[in-house]
Write a protein that binds this ligand. Structure first.
Ligand code: CMP
Length: 142
């Protein structure tokens, strides 16, 4: 069964959108198999967003994602990686369709509410960065 990493960003947490977002994925039929509220250390943020290191907004991106608590989640389900991306909407909320999370709640490209892995390889990488192996042994969870 496919798994993905999703994260409510500091703006989504501050705006009390955790419940709304979790609810959307639950109602879709996906299973929440791991979650934690945490403030991301700078080193982890730089590694997580490593592919954007050369972008002009990299510093801003790291500053924002470490600016307050995020809600990091592991979700499981058939085609969950691409379906979650569809449910999130376009990266820039101004282009995101109504009915998507960013289309309904986002305003700016930097503060776009939620992050989600974009491919199977990044899902494995990001789940590994945020959740320990023990925590990743979902079957053993009560
Ligand atoms: P995310 O899906 O978390 O992955 C990379 C993030 O970079 C993206 O969401 C945006 O929030 C952010 N981003 C993309 N373009 C810009 C930009 N021009 N200025 C600031 N942040 C950006």
């Amino acid at each position: 069964m496919e798994r993905t990493f999703l994260m409510v960003k500091p703006d989504g947490v501050q705006r009390n959108l955790i419940g709304e977002i979790v609810s959307r994925f639950e109602k879709k039929g996906f299973k929440l198999v791991g979650a934690k509220l945490m403030t991301i250390p700078t080193e982890l943020a730089e590694e997580h967003y490593g592919e954007h290191k050369e972008r002009p907004f990299f510093g801003e991106l790291v500053d924002f994602i470490t600016s307050g608590p995020v809600f990091a989640m592991a979700w499981e389900g058939e085609n969950v990686i691409s379906t979650a991306r569809t449910m999130m909407g376009a990266t820039n909320p101004k282009d995101a369709a109504p009915g998507t999370i960013r289309g309904d709640f986002g305003v700016t490209v930097g503060k776009n509410i939620i992050h989600g892995s974009d491919a199977p390889e990044s899902a494995v990488r990001e789940l590994g960065l945020f959740f320990s192996e023990e925590f990743n042994s979902y079957d053993k969870q009560i």
